[in-house]
Structure formats: structure tokens, C-alpha cells
Ligand binder design. Structure first.
Ligand code: NDP
Ligand code: GDR
Length: 344
């Protein structure tokens, strides 16, 4: 039985990748942080089903605690390590630049060092990001395109990307970079723009909120479905050669496009419910991202299955149901109504 170790297992991609690896017959290990309240809500159904048999195992760790990462790699002896953990919110990285940078940089190099010093050939996946490109022009971006990071988040991801390549070339470690463009799902964190919109829309449709406040509506992103992208991560580690790979849909849409499709799906006009505030603008914005994943499509046989409109509808359906349940609990007196725009 193959073993995989995931950092960031409690996040969106951690959830989808855990499901995929369990389906493929892996024993999955994941690192969680000690938090004052439990935050394994995405994984809970998988934990109750797979933890008793040792198929899914959680371990306390933190990217800043290199000794715990080294210990886990030595104890578990995983075949594959997926480094998904990060302070992954670009806007927050301007507010917490040192923490964001420390986790991305120390995390990646600590795991690579642990792999270098271990007795086993461990394959390593680094979660690189399209944010590294900076998005100044409308060109199609691929593995050869230049990086021009615009945030502490992106700059620290460039370090992690480079060190992953350096360890591949210097020590012959099977270490790969997946340069993934934005990928979303009903399990997306609630402060990323897509989920912020669909959460608000569900609550607006149920009469729990009357508007949503956003930032730059003209930014455009190459948005795909997270479930498709984690398949690509696994394909990269199971390809014959370690390399850098772009995963993207090859389509770009503005935040306005997303709003229009989401609100029209519930027969609403987004312009009546959306306002903008400087609070959600960034000091340095990535305006436009569009990816070219030809290499992954040709060499890995990867392709995204879920179309943009399908993705938006999937997220709206999920969040409408969530809001309906919330309304029921409020109506029956079990829950107090929350203020508007409580997700920021
Ligand atoms: P999420 O924000 O949903 O999840 C991030 C994960 O990292 C969580 O499990 C979080 O734990 C964990 N984490 C944060 N800080 C630390 C730390 N100091 N030590 C250990 N764990 C930590 O991100 P996604 O799942 O969306 O993304 C996965 C990775 O892919 C990230 O590295 C992200 O930067 C990168 N990426 C994401 C893209 C996307 O569109 N989703 C695109 C390109 C790259 P906790 O739950 O405790 O907070
Ligand atoms: P991004 O995702 O920065 O691309 O990073 P996010 O959804 O936060 O922003 C996308 C675009 O929407 C604009 N925007 C807003 N964004 C947020 N969060 N909230 C708002 O209210 C709002 N209004 C407009 C932003 O300015 C931006 O242009 C995501 C993360 O998952 C990273 O970890 C990952 O590396 C990249 O995608 C690829």
C-alpha cells in the first residue's frame, strides 16, 4: 500500500486530494495545526469513515516546526509528500507578510531537507501558483513564462518554487512544482472571491442578507474546479520525470462575469446586490491571468472536466442549500441571525 503525507490537509485541496488518494488505495497521513476550535469540518466524514482502519491519519505539525516535519517523514516513510499548506490568501499576505513568507519558504525547504536526509526515495509536490506571474499582460502563461510576483504571498511562492527545482537538479530528488491557476469548489475558503459571492448569494436568496461588498470587479482569473486539479497533482508525481507543470483551463473570466452567471442562475440581477469598497482592493493587484496547460495535457494526459458555468452553478447550489439550512435554524430559534457581509 502506497503512503502519502499531505501538509494542508484541512484546506480545500487537502480535502479533494485525500478523497482521490483513498480511492486510489493509498494510506493517507495529514498534518493539522493545534487550533482553539476544531477546524477539520471538510474532512470530518472521511475521518469517521477511514480513521478507525488507519487509512486516514492526522498528526499535529506546523510548517514552522521543521523538527515535526522531519520526524513525520522518518516515522511514516511516505512514498509521496504533497506540500499544500500555506497562508494562501493574497490580500492577507500584505497584512501578515512575515508569517506568510516564513511558512511558504521554511515549510518547503524543511520538507526538502528532511527528504534529502531520509533513507527513502520520497517524491515531493510543491503547490506553486499562477500568482507568481504577476498578471500584467493578457498573454497565455506557461512553464517558460517569467515570474513577476506582486505580493508577499507570490514572492514567497517563487522561493518555494525555485528551491524545489534546485533540490531536483542538485540532489536528484523527485520534486515537482504544480503551477496551478485558481481552482474553486463548494469547499473553497469563504473569503476567496468566488465563494464569498456564492455564500452571499445563497443568503440573499433566503432573505438573510441584502448585499455583498467586494473589491476589484474587473480582475480576471482562469478559474477551474479543484477536484480536477488534484488529479493533476497526483499525475505529476506518478509521471516518469520530475518537472514543472502548469494546470489551467485556458479560459479567463472577470469577477463581474462570475457575478452575472451566479446571480442569473437564481434569476437575480447582481447589480442590485453588489457594492464595492476600497477595503477589498489590494495594494498591488494581479489584473489578469490566463494559463496554457498544453504540456500537462499532452504529457500527463490531464484535462479539466468541469466547465466554468458548471462550476459556478455547482457552488451556487451548494451555498443555497447551506443558506436554507441556516434559515431553518434561525426560524426555529436555534441560531441567531448574523450581520450582513459577515464573511469578508
Ligand atoms: P487553503 O487556504 O484552503 O488551505 C491551506 C492549508 O494550509 C490549510 O490546511 C491550513 O491549515 C494550512 N496551513 C496554513 N498555515 C499553516 C502552517 N503554518 N502550518 C501548517 N499548515 C498550515 O488552500 P488551498 O487548499 O486552496 O490551496 C492549497 C495550496 O495550493 C496552498 O499552498 C495554496 O497557496 C496553493 N494554491 C492554491 C490555488 C487555488 O486556487 N486554490 C492555486 C495555486 C496554488 P488550517 O486549516 O489550520 O488553517
Ligand atoms: P487570488 O484569489 O488572489 O487570485 O488567489 P481571490 O479569490 O482572493 O481573488 C481573486 C480576484 O478577485 C478580486 N476580488 C476579491 N477578492 C477577494 N478575496 N475578496 C473580495 O471581496 C474581492 N473583490 C474582488 C481580487 O482582487 C482578485 O483579483 C487565489 C488563492 O487561492 C491563492 O492561494 C492562489 O495561489 C491563487 O488563487 C492562484
Amino acid at each position: 500500500m502506497k503512503k502519502a503525507l499531505l501538509t494542508g490537509i484541512t484546506g480545500q485541496d487537502g480535502y479533494y486530494l485525500t478523497r482521490l488518494l483513498i480511492d486510489k488505495g493509498y494510506e493517507v497521513h495529514g498534518t493539522i495545526r493545534r487550533t482553539s476550535s476544531i477546524n477539520t469540518f471538510r474532512l470530518d466524514p472521511l475521518i469517521s469513515k477511514y480513521q478507525p482502519d488507519g487509512i486516514l491519519n492526522l498528526h499535529y505539525s506546523d510548517l514552522l516546526d521543521s523538527s515535526s516535519l522531519e520526524l513525520l517523514i522518518n516515522q511514516i516513510e511516505p512514498d509521496e509528500v504533497y506540500n499544500l499548506a500555506a497562508q494562501s490568501h493574497v490580500s492577507v499576505s500584505f497584512k501578515n507578510p512575515i508569517y506568510t513568507t516564513q511558512t511558504a519558504t521554511l515549510g518547503s525547504i524543511s520538507i526538502l531537507e528532511a527528504i534529502r536526509n531520509s533513507n527513502k526515495d520520497v517524491k515531493f509536490y510543491q503547490a506553486s501558483s499562477s500568482e507568481m506571474y504577476g498578471g500584467d499582460s493578457k498573454e497565455l502563461l506557461n512553464e517558460q513564462s517569467l515570474f513577476n510576483p506582486k505580493s508577499p504571498y507570490a514572492a514567497s511562492k517563487v522561493f518555494a518554487h525555485n528551491i524545489t527545482k534546485i533540490y531536483r537538479e542538485s540532489y536528484d530528488i523527485f520534486s515537482v512544482n504544480g503551477i496551478l491557476f485558481n481552482h474553486e469548489s463548494p469547499y473553497r475558503g469563504e473569503t476567496f472571491v468566488t465563494r464569498k459571492i456564492t455564500r452571499a448569494l445563497g443568503r440573499i436568496a433566503c432573505g438573510l442578507q441584502s448585499k455583498v461588498t467586494l473589491g476589484n470587479l474587473d480582475a480576471s482569473r482562469d478559474w477551474g474546479f479543484a477536484g480536477d486539479y488534484v488529479k493533476g497533482m497526483w499525475m505529476m508525481l506518478n509521471h516518469e520525470k520530475a518537472d514543472d507543470w502548469v494546470l489551467a483551463t485556458g479560459e479567463t473570466h472577470t469577477v463581474k462575469d462570475f457575478l452575472k452567471i451566479a446571480f442569473e442562475y437564481l434569476s437575480l440581477n447582481y447589480e442590485e446586490f453588489v457594492e464595492t469598497s476600497d477595503k477589498y482592493y489590494r495594494p498591488n493587484e494581479v489584473e489578469h491571468l490566463l494559463g496554457d496547460s498544453t504540456k500537462a495535457r499532452k504529457q500527463l494526459g490531464w484535462k479539466p472536466e468541469v466547465e466554468f458555468e458548471q462550476l459556478v452553478h455547482m457552488m451556487v447550489d451548494f451555498d443555497l442549500n447551506l443558506a436554507k439550512r441556516e434559515k431553518l435554524l434561525i426560524d426555529e430559534g436555534y441560531l441567531k441571525p448574523t450581520w450582513e457581509n459577515f464573511i469578508s
